[in-house]
Each structure stands twice: as structure tokens, then as C-alpha cells.
Design a protein around this ligand. Structure first.
Ligand SMILES: [Ca+2]
Ligand SMILES: [Ca+2]
Length: 319
């Protein structure tokens, strides 16, 4: 019953998309008929068509997120917004949409406590664990903390204005929250190689909590770090596997559902404060809408926030 309703919702999304696509295609073909330079630039024309298709696809994702909010208060990898969808054909073009929630990632702004000076030790332990899991030097955390904190005193392995002003092209440390992820490339020790390895697992736009319905194994593994000594350590591989198997059948509707997975996770949930870093719902989403028409391509990467059933675009990058 539940599965078939899900399928119906999935189909409803595709129909919404098709209608949006059809409307834009009709609009475009009637405007191009009156266009004087019809033969001048097919490529440009294709890019304009692509723009409308990508806008339609983005709107469809927005509708899916709004619909989803009306259906439940948790977010999983098996919902209308998150289920992978094949490219959707629109006459002469096609659209590919991917939606990712930012709560599946670690928010590097959560490394510092509100007030801008003191580190959030629990988040620091989780971040260091993640770096180690990815084969990155965990000491790089010091430089991230110095970049974030409001003072100019470097930590043992960190860097403040003295270091950044000595560079061939000097600049000042931010001493504030990250606005974009790529800012990390300005932080001491973050080479392009390190950045690319880490970027898929981190964000600067999220509630700061990790959604256990959507987080990848690399993040699940480190969630209990910084806990009481008896639990300090990585979640073992078996537990991570158990979480992934459990959530593929049952959504985690609330954080305490983590305890339903196994007796060891029940104990972990009960005896620690892991509840402070986890959530089962997401607030921030990145939509990647790619449209192709002939050789033309148009891509919008949009950041959306959702509160209740209202979804708003915060920023976008167009390629
Ligand atoms: Ca949901
Ligand atoms: Ca600083």
C-alpha cells in the first residue's frame, strides 16, 4: 500500500515536470517562430531552450520538496525529492535533476560555538575523525578553527594573519563563518587535492545536525566521536551496515529510532549525547538541474531552504 502510494507520488512528479516542460516548449516554439534571426544562432537558441527546461526542472524539484513536507516530517533517500530519476525527455531536449540534502554532510561552521571564539569540542572530534577516515591529516582542523575564530592567536598547527600576510599574494584570515565551501581553499594546508577529497562530505549551509537517514557511511562512522570515554571511538563497520540496512526498510522518523537498530546502538543512544548531533529531517537542499537541447547545455545549481511547506531559493550558480 505504502510502496504503491510512493510510486504514485513519483509518477505525479514526472507528470508535473512534463507539464512544465511542455508549457515552456510551447512558449519557446511560438516565440522562435516570430524571431527574426532564427537561423543565426541555433546554439544560442538551444541554450535559451535549455534555460527554460532547467528552470522548469528546478521548479519541479521545488514542488517535490513542498509536497514531501506535507507528507511526513522526516527525510530519507527514498522520497519524491531524493529518488534518483533518469533523464526526462522533452521533445528535442532532456532534463536531469539531482536533489541532495545538506544535512547528510558535516557543517564546518559547526566547529565553532556561537560567539565565534570557542571550538565545539564534540564537532571538532567528529571532523578530525572524518579527516582521518578520508586519509587527510586531522591536524588541518587547527587551521580551520583559526580561520573561523574571531581572535588572531594561532593554534599549534593553525594559522592566523601572521602566516597569511607572509604569502606571495597576502590576504587576511576570515575570522568568521564560511559563506562558501570553496573558501576552504584559502585555508592553510587545504590544497586542491585535499579539498576535492573532503568536499563531498562537508557543507557550510545546513542546520548543523546530521540526518541519519541520508548520511553516507563515512559520516555515520564518526558520529559518536567526542562522546563519553566508554563510547569514544568509531561506530564499528557492523553498526554502520546495520544502520544502512535498517533505514533502507524503515525511515528513522525521530533520532531515538536509532536505538531500534540493534542493542549496541540502543545502548549508544541511551548512554551518550549523540542525540545532540543527529536529526532525521533536512532543511537545506542543493538542486542540480541540467538541460540539454541539441549541443546546447544549461545548468542551474540552486541552494534551497525549506521551513514547514515553504521552500525558498537562497542562491544559485548558472553554468
Ligand atoms: Ca520527507
Ligand atoms: Ca582567527
Amino acid at each position: 500500500m505504502r510502496k504503491s502510494r510512493k510510486r504514485e507520488r513519483g509518477i505525479a512528479l514526472i507528470i508535473t515536470l512534463l507539464i512544465l516542460g511542455l508549457v515552456t516548449t510551447v512558449l519557446l516554439s511560438s516565440s522562435s517562430r516570430t524571431s527574426l534571426d532564427l537561423t543565426l544562432s541555433t546554439l544560442y537558441g538551444n541554450r535559451v531552450r535549455g534555460k527554460y527546461i532547467a528552470e522548469g526542472a528546478l521548479k519541479a524539484a521545488l514542488i517535490a520538496l513542498r509536497e514531501d513536507a506535507g507528507m511526513n516530517s522526516y527525510d530519507t533517500l527514498d522520497e519524491i525529492w531524493s529518488r534518483p530519476s533518469p533523464p526526462i525527455q522533452f521533445g528535442e531536449g532532456e532534463a536531469l535533476i539531482t536533489v541532495v540534502d545538506e544535512e547528510r554532510k558535516f557543517n564546518i561552521n559547526s566547529l565553532i560555538l556561537p560567539g565565534g571564539l570557542a571550538p565545539n569540542e564534540r564537532m571538532v572530534a567528529i571532523f578530525q575523525g572524518l579527516l582521518t577516515e578520508l586519509g587527510i591529516d586531522p591536524l588541518l582542523t587547527d587551521a580551520v578553527l583559526d580561520w573561523l575564530d574571531s581572535d588572531d592567536t594561532p593554534r599549534p598547527a593553525g594559522a592566523e594573519s601572521e602566516y597569511y600576510s607572509s604569502l606571495p599574494h597576502p590576504y587576511s584570515p576570515k575570522n568568521d563563518l564560511f559563506d562558501t565551501l570553496s573558501e576552504l581553499l584559502l585555508v592553510r594546508g587545504f590544497t586542491r587535492e585535499v579539498y576535492e577529497k573532503l568536499a563531498p562530505f562537508i557543507t557550510v549551509h545546513s542546520s548543523g545536525k546530521i540526518n541519519i537517514n541520508t548520511a553516507p557511511p563515512e559520516i555515520l562512522r564518526v558520529l559518536a566521536l567526542g562522546e563519553e570515554p566508554e563510547f569514544q571511538g568509531l561506530l564499528d563497520e557492523r553498526s554502520v551496515e546495520d544502520v544502512i540496512n535498517y533505514r533502507s526498510e524503515n525511515p528513522f522518523e525521530k533520532p531515538e529510532d536509532l536505538g531500534n537498530v540493534s542493542s549496541s546502538l540502543e545502548e549508544l543512544y541511551r548512554k551518550t549525547r549523540i542525540r545532540e548531533v543527529i536529526t532525521t529531517s533536512s532543511t537545506t537542499f542543493t538542486v542540480d538541474a541540467i538541460a540539454r537541447v541539441g549541443k546546447g547545455r544549461y545548468r542551474i545549481v540552486s541552494l534551497l531552504t525549506r521551513s514547514g511547506e515553504s521552500v525558498e531559493e537562497i542562491s544559485r550558480i548558472v553554468y
